[in-house]
Design a binder for this molecule. Structure first.
Ligand code: S3P
Length: 447
């Protein structure tokens, strides 16, 4: 075990969240801005880039493939000299993508037809996450990929003897933006028209950004849930600057914290409110949260707003299943809101939570039970009965979102909450402790 893995948070009980803060840049958009910027023709600048380990893993991967990337500077500005669709060079070593599922799944598509062999590796958590969901469709397109016997990383991508892929028409077996994006990025290199049908709306940053870089895309909404996205391979990307909004998934911890802690009044600036990401707002509002949006505007093809949150008495609900993909990263935080709400909250249709950075159903249920909350896990969700959060030591299992959620729980706890294995908070929210302290959370790092 490395020294870093021993980071522990100690969150002391009570307090309230007040003031105006800006949480770091959106992780999904940061990854994609490096990928598309690198493949584009021309020079582009990214502002507000997330300087977390996950998005830096993507940045370093493209540097290792010969792309000239300056930054990020202290403000999160990154400048990329795009190398065009066929300008990447073979890296000297396997690309180590750390904890980042988005890097590995999107790069599997994007790197499946570059004319050189490449190996993608990751940390212990990433190496146990399912990759067949991306290697299956990409193999159908003609790529040659070797994974472990259980379908996990490391992934060895062999340069295909044929220099292009075959387009496919693929129906996603699960609602996953990573799988959708993987196939669309491979489709850029395919002969013909690649189409992906999704069973429910998932984050559409890839589609928006491809269009921003001048790549034609067709989106057909089949019904309330299903859409098909199609593109022709063989086009090009034209460099375009990107302003990365604050990450609603990072804002979510503060939205829950300010809702549960009495006398809270917090404003979160310039947060991305893309409708494929706003499940957290819809769910919390349904639970009775006091959330208002202001300064709504569109920045570089993505809607943003300031989000105001005041304390509220939350009530338990049955979370509508259509909100699950729209809040897929927010359930650890929502579980804390549910533990503080009056009555029962039921989550169903969320089996994907079992294959995130940790098994998030198990991690939240185990931690909440330690803190005295009556709750149980189900195959596809959780049942949580609101109550009094106690004190105790919980394990984040090295999952950033589990760690930050339990830190917020301290606002309503009766004693200290000690959270183990918190180093991976740096994957998505490197200044979490300082920012949380600055608006009133009593949390410190104990090494
Ligand atoms: C992401 C998609 C989601 C999400 C992840 C980021 C993306 O994963 O959980 O944090 O940037 O495309 P799935 O596609 O597995 O749902």
């Amino acid at each position: 075990m490395s020294v870093e893995q021993t980071i522990t948070f100690i969150a002391q009980p009570g307090g309230h969240l007040t003031g105006t803060i800006r949480v770091p840049g959106d992780k999904s958009i940061s990854h994609r801005s490096i990928m598309l910027g690198s493949l584009s023709e021309g020079t582009m600048t990214i502002s507000g880039f997330l300087q977390g380990e996950d998005s830096l893993a993507t940045l370093n991967a493209f540097k290792a493939m010969g792309v000239c990337i300056d930054g990020p500077d202290e403000q999160g500005n990154v400048t990329i000299q795009g190398v065009g669709m066929h300008g990447l060079k073979p890296p000297a070593e396997p690309l180590d993508l750390g904890n980042s599922g988005t890097s590995m799944r999107l790069l599997t598509g994007l790197l499946s037809c570059q004319g050189f062999d490449i190996t993608l590796t990751g940390d212990h958590s990433l190496s146990s996450r399912p990759m067949k969901r991306v290697t299956d469709p990409i193999t159908q397109m003609g790529a040659i990929i070797k994974a472990t016997a259980s379908g996990t990383a490391p992934l060895h991508i062999k340069s295909s003897p044929d220099s292009t892929l075959k387009a496919i028409d693929y129906s996603l077996p699960m609602a996953s933006a990573q799988v959708k994006s993987c196939i669309l990025l491979a489709g850029l290199y395919a002969r013909g028209r690649t189409c992906v049908t999704e069973p429910a709306p998932t984050r559409d940053h890839t589609e928006r950004m491809l269009q921003g870089f001048g790549y034609p895309l067709e989106i057909n909404r089949l019904d309330e849930q299903h859409s098909t996205i199609c593109l022709e391979g063989g086009g090009k990307l034209t460099a375009c600057d990107i302003d990365v909004p604050s990450d609603i998934s990072s804002a979510a911890f503060f939205m829950v914290g300010a809702s549960i802690a009495e006398d809270s009044k917090l404003t979160l600036k310039h947060v991305g409110i893309n409708p494929t990401r706003t499940g957290i707002i819809n769910i919390l509002k349904q639970m009775g949260a006091d959330i208002t949006l202001s300064n709504e505007q569109e920045v570089g093809g993505e809607p943003v707003a300031d989000i105001g949150i005041c304390s509220a008495h939350l009530k338990g609900i049955h979370i509508p299943e259509d909100q699950v993909p729209l809040a897929i990263d927010e359930f650890p935080a929502i579980a804390i809101a549910a533990a503080c709400a009056q009555g029962q909250t039921v989550l169903t249709g969320a089996e994907e939570l079992r294959v995130k950075e940790s098994d998030r159903i198990q991690a939240m249920v185990d931690g909440l039970q330690i803190l005295g909350i009556d709750c149980q896990g189900t195959t596809d969700g959780m049942i949580i009965n609101g109550g009094q959060i106690g004190a105790g030591t919980v394990d984040s299992l090295g999952d950033h979102r589990i760690a930050m959620s339990f830190a917020m729980a301290a606002l309503k706890a009766s004693g200290d909450i000690i959270i183990k294995d918190c180093a991976n908070v740096n994957t998505s929210f490197p200044n979490f402790i300082q920012l949380a302290q600055s608006c009133g959370l009593n949390v410190v790092v104990s090494k």
